[in-house]
Design a protein around this ligand. Structure first.
Ligand code: SF4
Length: 325
């Protein structure tokens, strides 16, 4: 591990002052400390933000505000989340392990980095870790990599389950800088790799995630998350789907669909949603709509199976949430 200085912030302003000087924020540490041990991340200074008052989960006029330092486990167990945002509870409970969920924060979950094995192996070429060095995954073993949102510079999947549920449910991320405060829709927060895969978020230098807002809508209350993976626990998604449907009078009035494990960022599927709204639920509809999930897919040598798996995952979760007839 490289040497670094360590401080603790007692207030948001103290943290932001440290962030402005280039310190990295440390919350649960479940990703960053691992990456520091592997020398993938080599910050010169780290500021512990766990004492900041950013842990509450509160109602807002339009929905729910989840503090950036709320732990994954306490967010999953929150009664409002369980009742009105079940896709979020399910995504959290299918993530990592119980011990990690007790430590990892909501803000940190959005900041977690890819599980691409080449990214974590400092002896290999990786544009995300070392800009301009190349991408070992393009010609290497790429079974777990992305088929959507890829570029010739990076094909790594985004690892978060929670971010997929938040993307489906139109979450908004609140950010604070030393002299600024702003909010981004979650679709603007994550950046596709393009020519600069080392830039993963729209955060400005020193900015801190303070909270995530999730609107409470009829389709949020009837939502769910399906995770498909190589083993049943403590594993990342090969494909996943978050679905929210509002069905009234036998007609789908609103639909939200996002997928993970297959794309470089949490991936919303407006083409699938368009096919659903106004239609009547049926197994045939689920399958027809899900066929649009893989539009634009660009499989690599080892992950061609993900195209069909993605469509089946979406169809199955539509049937689970909307009912099969
Ligand atoms: Fe690095 Fe992305 Fe290539 Fe993986 S896919 S080696 S993270 S550039």
């Amino acid at each position: 591990m490289h040497p670094f200085t360590f401080t603790r912030a007692r207030t948001v302003d103290e943290a932001l002052a440290a962030g402005a000087r280039g310190s990295r924020y440390l919350a649960g540490g479940t990703t960053m400390v691992d990456l520091m041990r592997q020398t993938v991340e080599r910050p010169g200074s780290v500021v512990d933000i766990n004492r900041l008052p950013l842990r509450g989960i509160t109602r807002t006029p339009a929905g729910l505000r989840i503090g950036a330092l709320a732990r994954m486990s306490e967010t999953a167990a929150n009664p409002v989340v369980r009742r009105h945002l079940p896709a979020i509870t399910q995504a959290l409970e299918l993530s990592a392990s119980a011990q990690l969920r007790n430590s990892a924060s909501i803000g940190g979950n959005l900041m977690q980095r890819t599980r691409c094995p080449y990214f974590r192996d400092v002896t290999t070429a990786c544009n995300k870790r070392e800009p301009g060095s190349g991408c070992a995954a393009l010609e290497g073993y790429n079974r777990t990599h992305a088929i959507l949102g890829v570029s010739s510079h990076c094909v790594a999947t985004h690892p978060s389950d929670l971010a997929v549920a938040l993307t489906a449910l139109d979450a908004v991320v609140h950010l604070r800088g030393r002299d600024s405060e702003r909010s981004l829709g979650i679709g603007e927060f994550f950046l596709r790799p393009g020519t600069s895969p080392h830039r993963e978020h729209a955060l400005r230098p020193g900015e801190l995630i303070t909270a995530v807002d999730v609107p409470l809508a009829p389709h949020s209350a009837t939502s769910g998350y399906l995770k498909v993976r190589d083993r049943e626990s403590y594993e990342f998604a090969i494909a996943s789907a978050a679905v929210g449907l509002h069905i009234d009078g036998g007609v789908i009035l609103s639909a939200r669909v996002a997928v993970g494990g297959v794309a470089t960022v949490p991936w919303r599927l407006p083409a699938v949603e368009r096919r659903l709204v106004g239609a009547r639920p049926s197994q045939r509809l689920w399958e027809e709509a899900a066929a649009a999930a893989s539009e634009g897919a660009a499989p690599l040598r080892d992950n061609g199976f993900k195209t069909e798996l993605l469509e089946r995952t979406v169809a199955r979760q539509l049937a689970t949430v909307g009912g099969a007839k």
